[in-house]
Design a protein around this ligand. Structure first.
Ligand SMILES: Nc1ncnc2c1ncn2[C@@H]1O[C@H](COP(=O)(O)OP(=O)(O)OP(=O)(O)O)[C@@H](O)[C@H]1O
Ligand SMILES: [Mg+2]
Length: 481
């Protein structure tokens, strides 16, 4: 296969128990045929399940998403012509935590309260939303996923002499707190298990609890690390199992040995680091193991550990465009879940005076997504036959739509959110995901809350956060009625 063969990666989520292994190939072919026959172009990120015309497929499938494109850059942005491109269709069924092989833990037999690692079968229902919840520029998660897929794929090449290459399949995500490192590690493990499902029918996530590794008993940390990695090595003996090891805050057990010898600190940390390095060297010979680590203190990590890392990736705080998309997803979720009233629309009079009127939705179903208004609509009034014109749909537009259609309309929801996003540069993803709902809780009183009210509440929460950070002397003005 050529390195540059353009490929569209399609993920098909199959309903539990609907397709056995023997019929998976047939299902993939059917999906390929359906996509090629029914579509000229497809867009990355689009879920096709609603368009499934074939009722037999619709009965088997939960979702079909075109998740990624690999190959030389094209001019059409996110849109790709289906014909003339290879379709890599992967099928998977999400595993529930309470299934036959539930989340369990690796722990010392004599100290069961202390779980050194949590074990989760992949792909897991518990991680199903993590990948799509992350917003980064330059398709950073997709790029990392490609590197790792290629890494693991190449290691499986028959006849490849592994000892020729010094390759640990070790990836370190580092960056400021709350930038999404831990979430990205788990999401990468989940996506790898789907993308590599053909080569590895079984996949397991092992999340090492680095804090639990630092034993309360002096001198025990090294032993705990050694024992945990022995168990991981034993699990990896099954060549058809992909093992994704995640070590969060890895500096806890991979701290600089120079530091621990220079100060008056005990050398337990040094033993832990030594043991970890030895364990990693052993894992290197197992082509089905991938290790993902995070740290926000890269300067505190031991040089020998850093030297073993194949991919060091800085995960920065979100850019203003990413912040816009984070706020957009939060606000649209508030609308979708009916916490914010989708039907409470901001309207303006045809005359110069603008007023707010609320139009009730006839549908009260909380689970149905809000339907965006596609065309301009006129509401009746007693004083004048056509006094009101809807100026905004009850959801936040995409970033590009906002730039094209709303950027010169400072009162439109999209433009207001964009103004806020620019103010929030430097905020962590964690803070950003909190502010829309925090704003709603702090600055509204329940009842009919429109999208404009929710944005006003978000503004107040942002100003409050800026005040707390001491970066702006702004007065928190609560304007929500
Ligand atoms: N870029 C982002 N896009 C969307 N959500 C984000 C982003 N970064 C962080 N978040 C959200 O913030 C929360 C915290 O993220 P996470 O725990 O992965 O950060 P972290 O980098 O591991 O933080 P820490 O360094 O404190 O461990 C999660 O709910 C995550 O969804
Ligand atoms: Mg973290």
């Amino acid at each position: 296969m050529s390195l540059l063969k353009p490929t569209l990666h399609v993920e098909v989520s199959v309903k539990a128990g609907m397709v056995d292994r023997a019929n998976v190939v047939q299902l993939r072919n059917d999906v390929k045929q359906w996509l090629t026959a029914d579509f000229v172009t497809v867009q990355i990120g689009h879920d096709f399940s609603a368009e499934l015309s074939d009722s037999r497929l619709a009965n088997l499938i939960e979702g079909i998403e075109v998740v990624d494109y690999t190959g030389p850059p094209t001019v059409d942005g996110d849109c790709y012509h289906v014909r003339g491109i290879a379709l890599d269709v992967q099928t998977y069924t999400l595993k529930a935590e309470n299934e036959r092989d539930p989340r369990r833990s690796i722990s010392q037999a004599d100290d069961s309260e202390l779980a050194q690692a949590r074990v989760l079968q992949l792909p897991s229902i518990a991680l199903k939303d993590e990948w799509n919840s992350l917003v980064f520029d330059d398709a950073l998660p997709a790029r990392l996923l490609r590197y790792m897929t290629r890494m693991v794929g190449m290691m499986k090449q028959p006849g490849l002499n592994l000892s020729t290459f010094n390759w640990n399949r070790l990836c370190l995500l580092h960056g400021p707190p709350g930038s999404g490192k831990s979430t990205l590690c788990r999401a990468l493990a989940q996506q790898l298990s789907i993308r590599l499902g053909d080569s590895f029918p079984n996949a397991t996530l092992i999340e090492i609890n680095t804090n639990a590794m630092l034993s309360k008993y002096f001198g025990e940390s090294g032993k705990l690390i050694g024992a945990t990695f022995e168990k991981i090595t034993a699990m990896a003996q099954d060549q058809r199992a992909l093992i994704c090891v995640v070590m969060d805050e890895v500096e806890t057990i991979a701290g600089s040995r120079e530091r621990s010898t220079s100060g008056a600190e005990c050398n337990d940390g040094m033993r832990a680091t030594n043991q970890l390095l030895t364990a990693l060297d052993r894992l290197r010979h197992l082509p089905n193991v991938i290790v993902l680590c995070t740290s926000n203190l890269i300067g505190a990590i031991d040089q020998a550990f850093l030297d073993r890392v194949d991919i060091k990736q800085l995960i920065p705080s979100p850019s203003p465009a990413a912040i816009y998309n984070i706020f957009r997803s939060c606000l649209n979720e508030l609308v979708r879940s009916s916490l914010v009233d989708a039907a409470a629309m901001q309207v303006s009079s045809c005359t110069t005076t603008a007023r707010r009127v609320v139009s009730r939705s006839t549908s009260t179903g909380s689970s149905s997504p809000a339907k965006p208004i596609k065309r301009s609509k006129t509401l009746a009034s007693s004083s004048s036959p056509e006094p009101w014109t809807v100026i905004s749909a009850p959801e936040i537009p995409t970033y590009s739509e906002m730039l094209v259609r709303w950027v010169n309309q400072p009162q439109s929801p999209g433009r207001r959110v964009w103004a806020l996003a620019q103010k929030c540069e430097g905020f962590s993803g964690r803070t950003l995901r909190r502010l829309p709902i925090l704003g709603l809780a702090m600055y509204t009183w329940g009842g009919d809350c429109s999208l404009d009210d929710a944005i006003t509440a978000l503004e107040a929460a942002v100003n409050q956060e800026l005040l707390a950070k001491g970066t702006a002397h702004v007065e928190v003005k609560v304007e929500v009625e």
